[in-house]
Design a protein around this ligand. Structure first.
Ligand code: AMP
Ligand code: MG
Length: 531
């Protein structure tokens, strides 16, 4: 383990792709290039607020002191000799409409560091100041959104969901003006910078912008770079078949990612094509949220309240739509575009399979000979959960604990009342709960066909049904405390969410049903893209 300031960075993206020759750091179009070299803009008084020891260990880095050389690097006040910082050029569809050039408007990549297995991780500062892609915005990020990105990306990692990571959270000492709900109420907020980490931050939109500008040579160069660096198992990209195999693998990874989201209750909130990772990682934590009452139509993002395009239940469809845009962007590399279609079918097949297998595991069921009956049982649970207004996380967790009693032939009716009392936001005897009560009877019958012992089934379920997720109001409470100078709730949440499947009796309150006040509170129940 060594101090960050002694680390040597490599810069494959900059070395291997086309860089903008202009150094003019003003908003502009950058046709013809993959990225613009740009240095972070220094901040007033950087201080380390949070550090991910796990990500640090992966990179062989010591936890730095609150201030000093490492924090200067993590705030963009200093650029190491080995770094070649850049902002990437990308475009994207926002809410279904082509938006043209977007690009890293406030994220600046510093370079890459090797992980424990020698593979490289890119380190990127989010909120590091303006770039040629900042459009009308300031290149900065506020503390609340930075806390949210830090906590959630690390929590997702510990849940086993593919995601970009966070290394550090630094306060800048500068204020940033934000209109949180775009309603004319702008106010100064504390600024912050997250150093986030991923093997690559390339998005679907990096390819789309090259199609839009018919930059086919750049398109091929970027595809070949990504395949070489991140999909070496596909071999040299010397034929259209390799691009097809590559898209198929992206589709498979994306499907696995969304299947994870759907079974932990994560709502991304802004699934624009520029927020889709080419590696199938959850990326760009903005107005995301966690389902509390199970409600497929829910999104926390007020910017999406007209169409609910990115609501929880829409995510699998929307990711397919996004993949279709990526396939479109790759058509110049494949003479017969029909060759790309099977990759999209692969997405549908992978999602359906992975989602079903994950739901079975959450219910402690192993695949049976009667798959159709299992699909019906699992399929009828989701609307039943919605009708009964159960808290998604608590429902699966409590159900896990009930299994031995269900198998000991305790009355399913009595257990249903007990379960609903513990996990529903409605009265246990509410009419909407009837389908869930009926479901529990069927489930008990199906459980009896399982070969495992009741205890083994329960243990298996507890290993896949988290007790702790980043509930929307808990994140907001940690933010409000941090804004007032109290970092304790943030540190506690970060620690607890590293062991989401463990019982942590001293933190029972962090696994409680959402309190009534939080159901409508701005920042908890509602968020926007303003960050
Ligand atoms: P997002 O909605 O966060 O995915 O961002 C969409 C686009 O807006 C991306 O190109 C971002 O880099 C850019 N963007 C968002 N916030 C800012 C900001 N404060 N300053 C500059 N660019 C921004
Ligand atoms: Mg984005």
């Amino acid at each position: 383990m060594k101090p960050l300031e002694t680390a040597t960075f490599t810069n494959s993206f900059v070395d291997e792709l086309a860089g903008d020759p202009s150094r003019e750091n003003v908003p502009r179009q950058v046709p013809g290039y993959h990225y613009s070299p740009v240095a972070p803009t220094p901040v007033a008084n950087p201080q380390l607020l949070q550090w991910s020891a796990e990500m640090g260990a992966e990179l062989g880095l010591e936890r730095p002191p609150e201030q000093g050389a490492a924090v200067e690097l993590l705030a963009g006040n200093r650029v190491a000799d080995s770094m070649r910082p850049y902002a990437a050029r990308y475009g994207g569809h926002q809410f279904g409409n082509w938006a043209g050039q977007l690009g890293d408007g406030r994220a600046i990549s510093l370079g890459e560091l090797p992980g424990q297995d020698g593979r490289r991780w890119e380190v990127q500062l989010k909120g590091a100041g303006p770039t040629p892609y900042s459009r009308r915005a300031d290149g900065r990020a506020v503390l609340r959104s930075s806390v949210r990105e830090f906590l959630c990306s690390e929590a997702m990692h510990h849940l086993g969901v593919p995601t970009t990571r966070a290394l550090s959270l630094v306060s800048t000492g500068d204020e940033v003006l934000r209109d949180m709900f775009y309603d004319g109420n702008a106010r100064p907020e504390p600024g912050a910078i997250v150093a986030r980490v991923a093997p690559s931050f390339v998005r679907f939109g990096n390819f789309q912008i090259l199609l839009a500008h018919q930059e086919t040579d750049n398109l091929r160069a970027l595809a070949d770079y990504v395949i070489r660096q991140h999909f070496p198992e596909l071999g040299a990209p010397d034929s259209p078949e390799v691009y097809v195999a590559w898209l198929t693998e992206i589709a498979r990874r994306t499907a696995e990612m969304v299947a994870h989201w759907q079974t932990v209750g994560f709502v991304h909130g802004v699934l624009n094509t520029d927020n889709m990772s080419i590696l199938g990682l959850t990326i760009d934590y903005g107005p995301y949220g966690w389902l509390e009452p199970y409600e497929p139509g829910w999104t926390p993002n007020t910017t999406d309240f007209t169409n609910y395009r990115y609501a929880f239940g829409q995510q699998p469809q929307v990711c397919l739509w996004n993949l279709t845009q990526l396939a479109q962007a790759l058509t110049p590399l494949v003479p017969d575009p029909e060759l790309l279609r099977p990759a999209l079918n692969q997405y549908v097949a992978t999602f359906n399979r992975s989602h079903h297998v994950r739901l079975l595991a959450k219910l402690g069921l192993t695949a049976s000979t009667d798959e159709a009956a299992d699909k019906l049982l699992v399929g009828s649970l989701l609307p039943a959960m919605e009708g009964a207004q159960v808290d998604m996380t608590l429902f699966y967790r409590h159900l896990s604990h009930l299994v031995p009693r269900l198998l000991a032939d305790e009355s399913a009716e009595g257990l249903a009342t007990e379960l609903l009392s513990a996990v529903s936001y409605a009265a246990p005897e509410a009419a909407g709960a009837a389908p869930l009560r009926a479901w529990l009877e069927e489930y008990a019958a199906r459980l009896r066909q399982e070969p495992g012992t009741p205890e083994a089934i329960r243990a298996g379920m507890l290993a896949v049904n988290p007790k702790y997720v980043l509930r929307n109001y808990l994140a907001q409470q940690a933010i409000e405390a941090a804004e007032a100078g109290n970092l304790a709730p943030l540190h506690t949440l970060h620690e607890v969410l590293k062991r989401p499947f463990d019982e942590q009796p001293e933190h029972e309150t962090l696994a409680a049903r959402r309190p009534a006040w939080a159901a409508t509170k701005p920042g908890s129940a509602t968020l926007s893209c303003s960050s």
